[in-house]
Structure formats: C-alpha cells, structure tokens
Write a protein of this length. Structure first.
Length: 195
C-alpha cells in the first residue's frame, strides 16, 4: 500500500469532502436518526455537515487525502457552525416530534461543550472501502497538530460508539452522554490541552 498524501483542503474540495462524508456516515446511528429516508440523507447530510464544519475550509482547518478517501473538518476557536443553515436543513427533513427530541439533543450538547477556547472536530470520515488503513487516525492527527501548536484542547461529539476507541487513542475522553428520548447515544469527548 502506497502512502497517502494528506493536504489542507480548500473551497475547491467542498464537493469531494461532502461525498466522502456521505459515504462514511451512511450507517451512522445519530445521522440516520435525523436523515432517516435515503433521499433525505443523500440530499441533506452533505449540506448539513458542511454547514456544521465547512468553516474549517476558510481557516486552514479542513483536511483531505489526495485520493479523496478521507476527510476531516475542524473549527478553530471562535469559528462556529452555521446554525441557521443547519436548522433550515433539519426543518426540511424532521417531523415536529423528532424536532423536539433534537432540541433536547442541542441543549444537552451545549451543556458539555467547553467554555474555554478550543478546537472542534466537526466531522471526520473515511470511505468504507478504505476503513482500517489508518486514514481516520491520520485525519485526526492533522487537526491535533493545530491544537497542540496553540496549546488548546480539542472537543468532538462521537455519534457512533464504535469510534470511541479511535478517539481515545488520540487522547480524547468521554465527558458525558447525550441521549434524550429515542435518540441514539451521542458521546461528547474532550482532549486536554497539550504542547
């Protein structure tokens, strides 16, 4: 297996990143709770995830492999997800009942979100055909380099319990559980400042 080049992504990579994250989140419990219909998932998830983490493209905090097999979206301190767009997309795909559950999810997430300046890993994903090759770890390491260079913590929400060991290997610790009503378990995780 040849080594894969990882580079900082730019605006021209938006579609490729969306495609990679579409493939990698196709069986994600939390994402598929929100985007239950396949058509809603394929149309809505790429727009949603880019609204959540696409700000990283403008700040040198998005990464992609040269072959598009893996991507990550990080938000530096002070850069927030585009909540207005995210809520608009949710309004297109969720019932009022699910909307009420998602409002509880949002409240619980906010209770775990760090108050101090930190980096936020909005999304990381690997094409399922390439999982198990270390690409997810490589994507995480790229963002953690930025965190450590600034001596800041990193935060994420793991929407799939199977990914927790991966994040733990990179120093993240579970700091809570978000699971109102019938929502799948979501795990806020924090990595203490280093460097």
């Amino acid at each position: 297996m040849e080594p894969v080049e990882i580079r900082t992504a730019g605006e021209a990579d938006r579609q490729a990143i969306g495609d990679t994250l579409l493939l990698s989140f196709s069986a994600d419990p939390c994402v598929r709770y929100i985007f239950a219909k396949p058509s809603d998932f394929t149309a809505g998830w790429p727009r949603f995830v880019m609204a959540m983490g696409g700000g990283g493209l403008d700040h040198g905090a998005a990464f992609v492999t040269d072959d598009g097999a893996a991507a990550s979206l990080w938000l530096p301190p002070g850069i927030e997800p585009d909540l207005e767009t995210m809520f608009g997309i949710l309004g297109e795909v969720v019932t009022p009942e699910k909307g009420a559950v998602l409002a509880q999810v949002g409240e619980q997430i906010r209770s775990h979100h760090p108050d101090e300046p930190h980096w936020y890993l909005a999304a990381v994903g690997v094409d399922p055909a390439r999982q198990g090759e270390g690409l997810g770890s490589a994507m995480i390491k790229e963002g953690l380099r930025l965190c450590d260079a600034q001596g800041l913590p990193a935060y994420l929400e793991s929407s799939n319990p199977r990914n927790i060991p991966l994040y733990e290997r990179h120093g993240f610790e579970v700091i809570g559980l978000v699971q109102p009503d019938d929502y799948p378990p979501l795990y806020p995780m924090l990595r203490a400042a280093r460097g």
